[in-house]
Design a protein around this ligand. Structure first.
Ligand SMILES: [Mn+2]
Length: 340
């Protein structure tokens, strides 16, 4: 594993830098790309920095993150350095993969446990979001001063990747949020923007999902589905599907929640969640289907027959849940020091 000073040295030496993130970028992917560009421009002089994001893939709410010159590029044929952020493996680079392939010098900055260390320099640590990791790298380790705009981008990545501060919150994440507040960042406004700002179409889609939810015999496993027809019927956008899987996890007794979204043509996006206090590792399940993610939040795409996938998926979930049945019966308020 490489250090902060390895990253620093490479950035200092490069004149032209490309920043790339995963396809269908979420808030953390976009915010970390924008923050990284601004950090480099403010602290390392004389660099040209280009972000590669397909603007058609940017969801409506994330457009607010972007200001005028952020994505203005006259792409170069070659870059001295390519930095990949918030991306677990190179397949997720999509059409920008060749920029990575052509470059001699590459840095991979990521917070996914399933990261494949695919670059020359790999700075991969388990933080709540890629933006939190950037803060750790540049402000804590390299002692650079970041701007208020960067702080806002950092919080946008955190609040969305933790699903409104509900999952993957580490002690460092709480400390950073306290620090951002002390520095005048109105975190509640950003939370409100992402989480209390839903379209009626999204609420209808949720109601549809709850209407048709199915459970295993013990009520531990919940499955929700969204078909192309559901999308048409409710007028929902792809962005509206985000976070719906987490609603199933708030139901009493449910340990693992699954959302299957049809992408058309026998192709499906499958999202998996386990509870905040659970040891159940859904990234292990996703990896069996060539996907990945985090312990409590993972995903994969699948092409083929839906009933086939459901059988395999249920088996894998059951095996994983069976490893931790005792933990579910525990009283969380029980004093661990008192032996009964
Ligand atoms: Mn992320």
């Amino acid at each position: 594993m490489n250090t902060a000073s390895d990253c620093h040295r490479q950035i200092r030496q490069a004149k032209s830098i490309a920043i790339i993130t995963h396809t269908r970028p979420d808030t953390d992917a976009i915010a970390s790309s924008l923050a990284l560009k601004e950090i480099i421009l403010n602290n390392y002089f004389g660099k040209s920095v280009h972000i590669f994001i397909d603007e058609n893939e940017i969801g409506e709410s994330n457009k607010a993150l972007i200001s005028d010159n952020d994505l203005m590029n006259h792409p170069l044929t070659n870059y001295d350095l390519v930095i990949i952020v918030d991306c677990a493996n190179i397949d997720l680079l999509g059409k920008f993969g060749d920029i990575f392939d052509k470059s001699q010098n590459t840095i991979n900055i990521d917070h996914h446990a399933t990261n494949t260390d695919f670059a020359q320099i790999n700075y991969v640590h388990n933080f709540a979001s890629a933006t939190e990791l950037l803060h750790h790298l540049f402000e804590n380790e390299l002692k650079l001063k970041l701007t208020k705009r960067i702080y806002k981008l950092i919080y946008a990545g955190i609040v969305t990747d933790t699903n409104n501060e509900k999952q993957n919150m580490n002690s460092t994440t709480y400390e950073l949020i306290a620090f951002l507040k002390e520095n005048g960042i109105e975190t509640e406004k950003i939370r409100d923007f992402y989480f209390n700002n839903e379209s009626m179409a999204k609420k209808k889609l949720l109601s549809n999902c709850l209407e048709n939810i199915v459970f295993d015999d013990y009520g531990r496993l919940a499955l929700m589905r969204i078909s192309r027809y559901d999308m048409l019927l409710t007028g929902a956008t792809d962005e509206d599907t985000l976070g719906l899987v987490d609603e199933a996890l708030t139901l009493q007794g449910v340990q693992v929640a699954i959302m299957i979204i049809s992408l058309g043509d026998r192709s499906y996006k499958v999202s998996l969640r386990s509870r905040a206090n659970s040891k159940i590792d859904v990234s292990k399940i996703a990896q069996k289907f060539n996907g990945g993610g985090h312990q409590k939040m993972a995903a994969f795409t699948y092409e083929g027959n839906l009933s086939e996938i459901l059988n395999n998926l249920f088996d894998e979930c059951r095996n994983e849940m069976d490893l931790y049945t005792e933990e579910i019966e525990q009283n969380i308020f029980e004093d661990e020091n008192v032996k009964k």
